[in-house]
Structures are given as structure tokens and as C-alpha cells.
Design a protein around this ligand. Structure first.
Ligand SMILES: NC(=O)c1ccc[n+]([C@@H]2O[C@H](COP(=O)([O-])OP(=O)(O)OC[C@H]3O[C@@H](n4cnc5c(N)ncnc54)[C@H](O)[C@@H]3O)[C@@H](O)[C@H]2O)c1
Length: 270
């Protein structure tokens, strides 16, 4: 069921790679809720992924942009406003990658060039896109920017390695830029801290499968699915959340506030 929640709004969605991507599901729902959207991803991902298929479904086009490249980002915002015929009302930052995680470097023996890439792609890219939009005045008053994060930014989870540090920076950028964009343009910026979800980025993390089942057993509502994450994004893009900004919003079935569950404790009963 749809409610025309985003009717008349323009959006940019970063990070749809395939149908498992959190961005893919959000793009489909934004389109169904009446928004006009532009899709974007890194040029290399465009060659590997299936984004053109999504563009067809959403009756739109793809503008390639490396989220770490200021020229690409400025081009993305100016072309998008031109194509959509107005300023941008919402942005989804669904971008993350750690070469250290990919190449299995232990946290105590990281490659620093890799670490810099992790930070640039997974955290600074949010600052960069906000700075590009701010300079071009490309986001409408009361616009909404949402970035996706994970609880390992705040609680230690070994296999997440330098992505944990990148997510901590990402969450901090939301608070810092949220102040300036809020004061100047009434633009709101938030992170959604999503449950483990079976996507390309998610499944690349060592121990992901066991952690997926662990958090499902701990959270009173179980893990939040990718589909429900997309619903939450839509609500944050809509006019019903206009006074929510600079927040890290847990979307995890209650996991973040549950120490343990009967199901998990039963495994240690002797
Ligand atoms: N899957 C999970 O368990 C989970 C949980 C919490 C948060 N998240 C976060 O959700 C976001 C989306 O991840 P996903 O799980 O949908 O996986 P995904 O692999 O489908 O999406 C990650 C996207 O980042 C894009 N990307 C990488 N480098 C880029 C660059 N330089 N420029 C532009 N785009 C680039 C990839 O092409 C890909 O589309 C990430 O920030 C991830 O950390 C995922």
C-alpha cells in the first residue's frame, strides 16, 4: 500500500548495486510514493551492478559519481536539479566499503592506505556530498539527508574492523553538518543504524552470518529487514519527520537496548 508520502519531491539515491542493496529497496519505495529520483553509484559499480534495471523501473536515469570526488558530486547535484526541474528534497547516502575488511587485514595490523580509503569512501563522502550541495544550494528548505550506519560505531564488534571507526566518523559528521545545514537552510540530517542485513556489503564482513543469527536471537522484534529499512528511510524523507535532525536512529528490532534474551541465555544453561 502506498500513500503518496513523497509526491512532488525530488531525491538522489546513492548506493544501489543489486536488488539486495538497502538503496535499491529505498529507491523502489520512493518512486512508488510519488517521488522523482536520480540514481547514482561509483563508475566501477555501474559496470558490475544492475542499476540500469532499477532506473528503468523507477523511470529515471543514473548519473555516475565516485562519492569521494568533489567534481563528480558537484556535477551530480547540478545535473540532478536540471533533470528533475528543481532543488533536491531528499538524499540517501548508502555507501560503504573497507579494503581492509575485503582483504581480511586484522584490526591490529591494518594497512593505513586502506584505512584512509575506508574513511574516505564510508565517512568523508557524506561530508563531501553535503559540502557540494551546500555550496550549490541544491537542497530545498526542510530537505532531508539520511545516511546508513551500524551499531559497531558505538559498541565493539571485532570483525567490523576499520568500518567501525568510519561509521563513528559518519555519525559525528551528521551531528556537525546537521547544525550548520539546520541553522542555514532548515535541512535535516540523520543516520539510521540498521540491523545486519544480507547484502553485498553486509555479507563481506567476517562472522557476519553468525552475528546475523545472534542479533536475531537477542532483539525482541528480530532483525529489521532491508524492506523495513527502506520504509523507515521514506518516513524520514517525508514531511512527517520535519523536526528530527542530528540523530542516530536505531532500526534494529530493539537489539541496541537488549542485553540478552531467554533464547541466548538458554544456550549457556548448564
Ligand atoms: N548490510 C548490512 O548489514 C548493513 C547494516 C547497517 C548499515 N549498513 C550500511 O548500509 C549501506 C549500504 O550497504 P548495503 O548493505 O546495502 O550494501 P551494498 O553493497 O549493496 O551497498 C554499498 C554501496 O556502496 C557503493 N560504493 C562503494 N564505494 C563507492 C564510491 N567510491 N562511490 C560511490 N558509491 C560507492 C557500492 O557500489 C554499493 O552500491 C552502507 O553504508 C552499509 O555500511 C549495512
Amino acid at each position: 500500500m502506498t500513500h503518496d508520502l513523497l509526491k512532488g519531491k525530488n531525491g538522489i539515491i546513492f548506493g544501489a548495486l543489486d536488488e539486495k542493496s538497502l538503496a535499491w529497496k529505498t529507491a523502489e519505495k520512493a518512486h512508488a510514493e510519488g517521488a522523482k529520483i536520480i540514481l547514482t553509484n561509483a563508475p566501477v559499480a555501474l559496470r558490475m551492478g544492475k542499476i540500469e534495471e532499477l532506473a528503468e523501473k523507477c523511470e529515471t536515469e543514473v548519473i555516475p559519481a565516485d562519492a569521494t570526488d568533489m567534481d563528480d558530486l558537484e556535477n551530480l547535484f547540478s545535473k540532478s536539479t536540471e533533470i528533475l526541474g528543481g532543488k533536491i528534497d531528499f538524499v540517501l547516502h548508502s555507501v560503504g566499503m573497507s579494503p581492509n575488511v575485503r582483504k581480511n587485514f586484522p584490526y591490529t595490523d591494518l594497512s593505513y592506505p586502506n584505512f584512509m580509503k575506508t574513511l574516505d569512501i564510508s565517512a568523508l563522502s557524506l561530508h563531501k556530498l553535503l559540502q557540494a550541495a551546500f555550496k550549490l544550494d541544491a537542497i530545498s528548505e526542510w530537505g532531508s539527508v539520511v545516511a546508513l550506519t551500524y551499531i559497531a560505531a558505538q559498541r565493539t564488534m571485532p570483525g567490523y574492523r576499520d568500518m567501525a571507526d568510519a561509521k563513528a566518523v559518519l555519525e559525528s559528521i551528521v551531528r556537525s553538518f546537521g547544525y550548520y545545514y539546520g541553522r542555514e537552510k532548515n535541512v535535516r540530517i540523520n543516520t539510521i543504524s540498521q540491523s545486519p542485513t544480507l547484502t553485498t556489503a553486509g555479507s563481506g564482513i567476517k562472522g557476519f552470518n553468525s552475528f546475523y543469527h545472534y542479533s536475531k536471537a537477542v532483539a525482541p522484534l528480530g532483525n529489521a529487514s532491508g524492506d523495513s529499512c527502506a520504509d523507515y528511510c521514506i518516513s524520514l524523507f517525508s514531511d512527517y519527520t520535519r523536526m528530527v535532525t542530528m540523530q542516530n536512529l536505531f532500526h534494529d528490532g530493539g537489539f541496541s537496548f537488549t542485553l540478552s534474551s531467554d533464547e541466548v541465555l538458554a544456550k549457556f544453561d548448564s
